[in-house]
Design a protein around this ligand. Structure first.
Ligand code: NAD
Length: 494
């Protein structure tokens, strides 16, 4: 039986998960949407609003105050999260199918990459939490002080659609392990796998009210969560535009803690001192065309020394042909569709804009069998623009790379930082001085030298400038989802 047939047989849960139970939105409203692959109607998901969010936050607060979760030993919370990881592994195929169905991204990506990555993240944090120590001041004769991490209380999480389970797991796992209760608002385009995971979390032993999933529209359900007076931290991944709103919501409500992982326009510098040009081009193609370019760290701005640009472009175009989109439900296909018709139109409008801005547009020629309605974009290379062109400055979030030429490495670095974003960057060179200087001067949270994507859950992830603030992944994430409390004790000399 093929993936499509197996998806048809799934019993899909579409309701919110509040206080340990699935339920419809109070209003009975649902989100209606169509598949970006074949245009068919997708399952209708509960369209929750303020009152649903109030219920979820109230349940989370009550669960927090009972202490049933926060008072567990770290080693006990660890065992429960490890059980959740095991359950997700058992349901790996189902979770991958739900994500592929909703987003039109290749099922293979979810099965082989995203769902295993989410599980790996849960296991990493769970294993880390009881090996993580608080701090104490240097000994004093009559006093002693500790700096302990304490949970915040109710934590709100808002996630995007481009990698639903990975982004959710990066956030809810450290939040839960620190003892918080969580209310998660998934993206409208990709709620099903997270809704399903809520029941697995309950089965793993997470008490009712501690892990809630409330789907709905961002500007209603998401806003209600971020503005809520009983939510002590809001952790968001998504566009910079909405990320900025989170800061406003925090200011308009209770000055809650804010964590932001936002957009990017990451530079990919190729120096004339890079001998392995083909390898550089293949690396670029892999990270800008995988998942139809819907990756926040995608190096969508290549800055290439003019003396090697022609050769580099010919390798890039050859490599691009391997990433042409096909039917996302055929396991052999590594690239499916963009997430929605809206996103498809947006990406194409940027490609049109590139022509109007005076650029030259090249698209891969290979074509794979797919639905006539598929919102799939051929891998695209744009040349002939400057770094100040809109296509070079704005996040397109599609399989589109703008290749800009530079005179030398200094001009490349100046262009690399001439952007409002600062999520990631790369420099390809065989010159050690260039590599080190480049890595220290690219203004971004994550820089690769002669590589891209070798980043793992035990290393911190997060941007600077308008790409966000705070860190996901690694031990640093525990700091994000807790507060440091200083406790002084005074002793009398005996
Ligand atoms: P988006 O900003 O439109 O939506 C993200 C989430 O915010 C969704 O759940 C949405 O419902 C919610 N939202 C929208 N408006 C809201 C509002 N007014 N109040 C509260 N919540 C609101 O982003 P998207 O289109 O879902 O995702 C794509 C973006 O996410 C890209 O910019 C991409 O770069 C970014 N992203 C960043 C990272 C990272 O780690 N830096 C990872 C993945 C995606």
């Amino acid at each position: 039986m093929g993936v499509k047939d197996r998806i048809r047989e799934l019993k899909i849960e579409t309701r919110a998960f509040i206080n340990g139970e699935y339920r419809n939105a109070v209003s009975g409203a649902v989100l209606k949407k169509k598949s970006s692959y074949d245009g068919r109607d997708l399952p209708e998901i509960a369209d929750c609003a303020e009152s649903d969010m109030d219920d979820a936050v109230a349940a989370a607060k009550k669960a927090y105050e009972t202490g049933d979760w926060k008072n567990l030993k770290a080693s006990e919370r660890k065992q429960i999260l490890l059980k959740l990881a095991d359950l997700m592994e058992q349901h790996r195929e189902e979770l991958a199918m739900l994500d592929a169905l909703e987003t039109g991204r290749a099922y293979e990506n979810y099965y082989n990459d995203s769902i295993p990555k989410a599980i790996e993240a849960i296991r990493y944090y769970a294993e880390a939490v009881d090996k993580y120590y608080d701090k104490a001041v240097a000994p004093q004769t009559n006093a002693f002080s500790t700096m302990v991490r304490v949970p915040l209380g109710v934590v709100g999480i808002i996630t995007p659609w481009n990698d639903p389970m990975v982004v959710a797991a990066w956030k809810f796992t450290p939040a839960l392990l620190m003892g918080n209760s969580v209310v998660l608002k998934p993206a409208e385009q990709s709620s099903l796998s997270v809704i399903r995971t809520a029941a697995l979390a309950k089965e793993a032993g997470i008490p009712d009210g501690v892990f809630n999933v409330v789907p709905g529209k961002g500007e209603i359900a998401g806003k209600a969560l971020a503005l809520h007076m009983d939510v002590r931290g809001i952790y968001f991944t998504g566009s910079s535009e909405v990320g900025k709103l989170m800061l406003q919501y925090a200011g308009q409500s209770n000055m809650k803690k804010v964590g932001l992982e936002c957009g990017g326009k990451s530079p990919f510098i190729v120096s004339k001192k890079c001998a392995r040009l083909r390898e550089a081009a293949e690396t670029l193609a892999q990270n800008v065309y995988y998942n139809q370019g819907q990756i926040c760290t995608a190096s969508s701005r290549a800055i290439v020394d003019e003396s090697i640009a022609e050769e580099f472009l010919s390798y890039l175009k050859t490599a691009a042909e391997k990433f042409v989109p096909g039917d996302p439900f055929v396991f052999e296909n590594r690239v499916g569709c963009v997430v929605s018709r809206t996103q498809y139109d947006r990406v194409n409008s940027y490609i049109q804009l590139a022509r109007e801005e005076g650029g030259t547009v090249w698209q891969a020629k290979t074509v794979k069998e797919k639905s006539a309605n598929a919102c799939a974009v051929q891998p695209t290379v744009i040349t002939g623009l400057t770094n100040r062109a809109r296509c070079a400055q704005e996040e397109i979030f599609g399989p589109v790379v703008v290749v800009i030429t530079c005179k030398d490495i200094n001009e490349a670095l100046q262009m690399a930082n001439d952007t409002k974003y600062g999520l990631a960057g790369a420099i390809f060179t065989d010159d050690l001085d260039e590599a080190y200087f480049g890595a220290t001067h690219i203004d971004a949270g994550l820089v690769h030298i002669n590589s891209w994507g070798e980043d793992e859950v035990h290393t911190p992830f997060g941007g600077v400038k308008e790409s966000g603030l705070g860190k996901d992944r690694s031990f640093w994430a525990f700091d994000e989802y807790s507060e440091i409390k200083t406790v002084w004790m005074k002793f009398h000399t005996i």
